[in-house]
Structure formats: C-alpha cells, structure tokens
Design a protein around this ligand. Structure first.
Ligand code: ADE
Length: 247
C-alpha cells in the first residue's frame, strides 16, 4: 500500500513510523510511506502556505491555491482517496480502518493552524476523518493513528496469521483479559483453564470473557455486535460479572 502524506511537519512522522510494526511493514515492502513537505508548494520567497481569514478573526488558514496544487501534483490518480484530517470529519473506528486497508493507496492531508480554505474541500478532498470529538493541534497525530490502525490490518504485517482479526473491536467486541507467566503474582492467579491446554474450552472462555467485558465497559457495542443465539442466551443468564466465570 502506498500512503502519501502532505504535511508541514514531516519530521513528526519519523519516530512513530520508524519503529515497531510501521517500520516492519515498510521493511517488508507492504507499506510505501511518502512524506511530502507542504512548504515546497508555498508561495513567494518565504514559501507562504497560509494567510489570515477573510472577514477577520484569529488564526491562520491554509491557502487553497497552495494545498490544491500540492494535492494535484502528489495524487497518484483519480482513484486514490484524498483524506483531510479535521474534527468535522466522520469519526474513525476499526471499520473505517478496514475499509481504508482495501485501498491501493491513500493521500492524507494534514491541516494545521485554524483550518483549511473551504475551497480545498470542494475541489480536492474526497473524504474527511476525525479521530474523536476533541481538537488537536494538527492533522499529523491523526494521520499517524489512521496509518497505524490501517496498516496493521494489511495481510503479513502482524506476526501471527490472524492477530489483527483478534484485536478489540475487530469483531465489534472488546478483547477479554490476557495473562502470561508468572502464574501466581502477588497472590493473583492465572485462571486454571488457560493452563489446561484444552484449546476448545479456552476459545469458549475467551469469547465469553470478551462478551462480559464488552457488556461491562461498552454496552453500546453489544447492540451491533454479531452474537449467535447461544451467546445471547449465555450472556442474558449472566446477571453479574464474576471475575473468572466458568466457561
Ligand atoms: N485536527 C484537529 N483535531 C482533529 C481530530 N479530532 N481529528 C482529526 N484531525 C484533527
């Protein structure tokens, strides 16, 4: 997958995109990340990319002529989605990440300052994404969140074959608890079942823990999650949430 990023701060990407899974994805040739410094399209001797808002008011607005020219020059073709990061966009989640992971390429546009000239939206943006109902200083952190969540879904990026499919939210539910050694830590035990080697019962236990945890922490997710009748019955019978229910 090729991801182009238009930003005034390409250096911000170096740490997060140069380590761990995002580094590995690039090493494996699964992610081709190209960072483009918006300043390169700036106007005049000072390479100006922004200006004061028409009609007055504070803050600076990214110029339409600069941004649209940059997008047109960087975009690989008419099929490549051009995504603007803004708190006004559709709210990002695992489903959106899965949709983006189907694309061959993305062009991510990071706004900064007060915002971008409205005509950029009209002329060059195909999608707008928000990473949540709060305001951050620029689109760069949002872009990195979206890149990470999208790229880790590409086949071959994560080690274990189906690791991404088991993530919290992948099936609309939260994951249950995880444990590793020591089996006894400060009097808290790893549930016996997990040490039994009985993979069938362990899978059932994990699924049920996931159901319980989702009901406890994010009951809103249960309304749309895909549960079979047996799972719904089981959950309905579970009035309380004992810490380690038998599975
Ligand atoms: N830019 C500023 N705030 C943002 C948000 N919540 N999501 C995406 N981009 C942003």
């Amino acid at each position: 997958m090729q991801i182009d990023v238009l930003t005034l701060f390409p250096q911000m990407f170096e740490g997060p995109m140069g380590l761990s899974m995002m580094w590995k994805a690039q090493e494996l040739g699964l992610l081709h990340l190209r960072l483009h410094d918006l300043r390169g399209w700036g106007e005049g001797r000072r390479r100006q990319v922004d200006d004061t808002p028409c009609g007055g008011g504070g803050g600076m607005i990214l110029r339409a002529d600069v941004l649209v020219r940059a997008i047109e020059e960087v975009r690989s073709g008419d099929e490549q989605p051009v995504i603007l990061f803004t708190p006004q966009g559709r709210v990002f989640n695992q489903k959106v990440a899965a949709q983006l992971a189907q694309q061959e390429g993305l062009l991510l546009v990071c706004g900064h300052y007060e915002g971008v000239d409205e005509r950029v939206r009209q002329l060059a943006i195909t999608d707008e994404i928000s990473i949540g109902d709060y305001v951050i200083t620029g689109g760069e952190l949002a872009a990195m969140v979206v890149i990470d969540a999208t790229v880790r879904q590409l086949p071959g990026v994560l080690g274990a074959e189906h690791a991404a499919a088991q993530d919290s939210h992948a099936d609309g539910l939260l994951e249950g608890p995880h444990y590793t050694r020591p089996t006894d830590f400060r009097g808290l035990q790893v549930p016996e079942l997990l040490l039994s080697g009985d993979h069938g019962r362990i899978a059932t236990w994990r699924r049920r823990q996931s159901l319980l945890r989702t009901r406890q922490r994010r009951p809103d997710l249960l309304a749309t999650a895909r549960l079979n009748d047996e799972e719904r019955d089981w959950l309905a019978q579970r009035e309380t949430d004992p810490q380690y229910p038998d599975a």
